[in-house]
Design a binder for this molecule. Structure first.
Ligand SMILES: Nc1nc2c(ncn2[C@@H]2O[C@H](COP(=O)(O)OP(=O)(O)OP(=O)(O)O)[C@@H](O)[C@H]2O)c(=O)[nH]1
Length: 348
């Protein structure tokens, strides 16, 4: 049976110039409570994630506990790694692929987008930038901006602490302008030590520390917490009873609300055989929609719900957009159904 999106695992690519802070950001994400994170690194020998967070390789699934990391040498190629890491037995919340500093982001994004692995869905591409070195290494600010930003869904401008306070507003504004030259809509986060709100990247299966978490993970988290906070993401949720008009949903997915980095949820659409639910996931500008298995008539009252997550969300404006996208409809329009089915087809 083909997988439903509920069994698909988001695969997030982490790119950035040498030394920009990719591993530091990865360690930060791994310290979050409750998340089951799989990691693919280019060279297992080079990995410098906090040793206490590494519990095992994917071939030893028994050692993969909540809040811990499962690592894999990338010898067999990305698809091999993804095939293993997205296995339902592991029940991972997310897989993060940390690219080497030399990797080309566009190529990596395509590898995940067109992965032959059924259980994969794209979870976005995070590009980490060293704010203090950017204009000395990657870009002299004269020609066109680097095209690498075009493939990103989230750009993390890291090491802001190393830019002298007096220069900071000017340097960050110039950097943001360069990032947006090839990618005007991209979400931008500012960070020190890669500390971004994990909510931007994935949903943890459990909000609390899991009982099987390694004690060291909690200790590392406490140590990291003393190093300061991060920009908090906001979330706006709208729920509507019953079935919706897919055309309105598609309007939202094709033109997402400003500053919404992720939109996720489940929507119900009426069909001749009763309501059918669809799982919706949008990261950056890239939408994924999958039909859930039918549950049979009369088993559940259909409900539609969308959640938008982003750093600078205007909650009222976003709530209005989500409400419009969940316009109730007892019967979908022909055009709405056609657009929905087309998106489901390209999401397969
Ligand atoms: N001051 C400061 N140092 C940072 C920050 N983020 C990371 N670093 C340091 O920068 C160095 C490089 O960070 P890494 O996370 O290893 O960078 P990377 O992108 O994984 O590096 P490569 O794998 O070599 O490409 C480390 O010494 C980090 O401790 C930050 O926000 N501020």
């Amino acid at each position: 049976m083909p997988p439903t999106s509920a069994t698909r695992v988001p695969v997030v690519i982490l790119t950035g110039h040498l030394g920009s802070g990719k591993t530091t950001l990865l360690n930060h994400l791994l310290r979050q409570p409750g998340a089951r994170v799989g990691v693919v690194v280019n060279d297992f020998g080079d990995i410098n994630v906090d040793a206490g967070l590494v519990t095992g390789q994917v071939d030893e699934p028994a050692s993969i506990a909540g809040g811990c990391l499962c690592c894999l040498p990338d010898a067999g190629g990305l698809d091999d790694a993804l095939e293993k890491l997205t296995h339902p037995r592991l029940a991972l919340d997310v897989v993060i692929v940390e690219a080497s500093g030399l990797a080309e982001p566009g190529t990596l994004a395509r590898l995940v987008r067109f992965s032959g692995v059924e259980r994969v869905r794209s979870g976005g591409l995070i590009e980490v930038v060293d704010a203090s070195a950017y204009f000395d290494t990657l870009d002299d600010g004269r020609g066109p901006a680097p095209v690498r930003f075009a493939a990103a869904s989230l750009v993390v401008i890291n090491k802001t602490d190393l830019v002298p306070a007096a220069d900071r507003p000017g340097v960050l504004a110039r950097l943001e302008e360069r990032v947006r030259e090839h990618n005007p809509e991209v979400q931008i986060a500012y960070a020190v030590g890669g500390r971004i709100d994990p909510q931007l990247v994935y949903d943890a299966a459990v909000p609390e520390d899991p009982p099987d978490e390694l004690p060291i993970a909690a200790l590392l988290r406490e140590a990291a917490a003393s190093h300061g906070a991060h920009q908090h993401a906001r979330a706006v949720t709208v729920t509507t009873p019953g079935t919706i008009e897919p055309a309105r949903l598609l309007d939202l997915l094709e033109d997402p609300p400003e500053a919404a980095y992720r939109v996720k949820g489940t929507v119900a659409v009426a069909t001749g055989q009763g309501p059918r639910s669809y799982q919706v996931n949008l990261v950056g500008r890239s939408a994924h929609v999958a039909a859930e298995r039918r549950t049979g008539p009369g088993t559940a009252v259909p409900r539609s719900e969308l959640v938008a997550i982003g750093l600078e969300l205007d909650p009222d404006a976003v709530r209005q957009r989500l409400t419009d996208a969940l316009a109730p409809a007892e019967r979908p329009s022909t055009d709405g159904l056609r657009r929905l089915r087309q998106l489901v087809r390209v999401s397969l």
